[in-house]
Design a protein around this ligand. Structure first.
Ligand SMILES: NC(=O)c1ccc[n+]([C@@H]2O[C@H](COP(=O)([O-])OP(=O)(O)OC[C@H]3O[C@@H](n4cnc5c(N)ncnc54)[C@H](OP(=O)(O)O)[C@@H]3O)[C@@H](O)[C@H]2O)c1
Length: 253
C-alpha cells in the first residue's frame, strides 16, 4: 500500500453497495473521492454521507453508458482538482438473475439469451469501463501513481468455467459472465499498453457480497467486499499490474 493522501479517485457506481464502501475506505486514507452516479440525487446523497463522516467527497453525474457524461469527465477533474490518480470501474449490472425469471438464469444461457440483453450488459460492464478509462488516461498517466481497478467477478474466469471441479462450474448465465471476461481482457490489454508508465491496471473479484446485486444470501459483508478493490487502488510502485485478484490472491483467468 502506498501513501495516497491527497490523491483523487473516481469510483463509478459509487452511490451504493460496494462502490460507496470503496469510496469510504479510500476517503479514510485521505483520498479525495468522487462518486460517479447515474442519478445525481443519489450521488449527492452518498457524497453527503461521506462528508458527514469527515471525508473529502463529492459527486459527479455519470451514467457509464452515456457518451456525454463520459466526455465531460476530463474537464470535471481538470477544473476541480487539476489531477486524477485512481479510477475504480465499479458500476455494473446483472440482468441475468432478474426476479421475473423463476428458473434463475434460464433465459440467459448460451442457448437462450437475447441479443438485446447481451448488448445492454456489455454496454454497462464492458464498453462503459473501456470508454471511461480511455478519456481519463491522459490524467492518470500524468499522476505519479495512476491506478485503474476494473471491478470484475470470479464469474468472468474462463479457466474456472472450464474446470468441472471449480465452484462456479455450474453458474452459467452468459451475459454477466461474458461481460466480466471481456473486462478482464481489457485489463490485460491496457496493462500491456501501459508498460513503461507508472499506471497499474488490475481486475478485482470482490467476493460474493451482500449488496442489491449480491442479495442477502451472500456470505460476505460490504466492508470486506470493498477490500480487494481498495488494495489494488492503493498499490505501491512495486505492486503488480495486469493481474486478477481476490483478497491478495491471484485468480486464474
Ligand atoms: N455483490 C457481489 O457479490 C459481486 C460479486 C462480484 C462482482 N461484483 C461487482 O461489483 C460491482 C458493484 O456491485 P454491487 O454488488 O455493489 O451492486 P449494486 O449494489 O447493485 O451496485 C451497482 C452500482 O452500479 C451502478 N450502475 C449500474 N448501471 C449503471 C450505469 N449505467 N451507470 C452508472 N452506474 C450504474 C448502480 O447505480 P444505481 O444505484 O443507479 O442503479 C450502483 O451504484 C459490479 O460491477 C458487480 O458486477 C459484485
Amino acid at each position: 500500500m502506498s501513501d495516497v493522501k491527497g490523491n483523487v479517485a473516481l469510483i463509478t457506481g459509487g452511490n451504493k453497495g460496494l462502490g460507496l464502501e470503496i469510496a469510504r475506505q479510500l476517503g479514510k486514507q485521505g483520498v479525495r473521492v468522487v462518486i460517479g452516479s447515474r442519478d445525481t440525487k443519489n450521488g449527492e446523497a452518498a457524497a453527503g454521507k461521506l462528508k458527514a463522516e469527515g471525508l473529502d467527497a463529492r459527486a459527479v453525474k455519470l451514467d457509464v453508458t452515456n457518451a456525454g457524461d463520459i466526455a465531460a469527465l476530463p474537464g470535471f477533474f481538470q477544473k476541480n482538482y487539476g489531477r486524477l490518480d485512481i479510477l475504480v470501474n465499479n458500476a455494473g449490472v446483472n440482468f441475468d438473475f432478474d426476479g421475473e425469471d423463476p428458473a434463475g438464469w434460464a433465459s440467459s444461457t448460451a442457448g437462450t439469451i437475447t441479443p438485446d440483453r447481451l448488448r445492454k450488459t456489455f454496454e454497462a460492464n464492458f464498453i462503459g469501463p473501456v470508454s471511461i478509462a480511455q478519456v481519463l488516461l491522459p490524467l492518470l498517466k500524468a499522476s505519479p501513481a495512476g491506478r485503474i481497478v476494473n471491478q470484475s467477478s470470479i464469474l468472468g474466469s474462463l479457466a474456472l468455467h472450464s474446470d468441472p471441479k471449480s465452484m462456479i462450474y455450474n453458474t452459467k448465465p452468459l451475459g454477466y459472465n461474458a461481460s466480466k471476461a471481456a473486462l478482464n481482457m481489457f485489463t490485460v490489454h491496457l496493462a500491456y499498453e501501459l508498460k513503461g508508465t507508472k499506471v497499474k491496471v488490475n481486475s478485482a473479484h470482490p467476493g460474493w457480497v451482500k449488496t442489491d446485486m449480491g442479495s442477502s444470501a451472500a456470505p460476505m459483508e460490504i466492508p470486506d467486499g470493498a477490500k480487494t478493490a481498495v488494495a489494488l487502488a492503493t498499490l505501491a510502485e512495486d505492486g503488480p499490474t495486469g493481474g486478477y485478484f481476490h483478497m491478495g490472491e491471484r485468480l486464474p483467468w
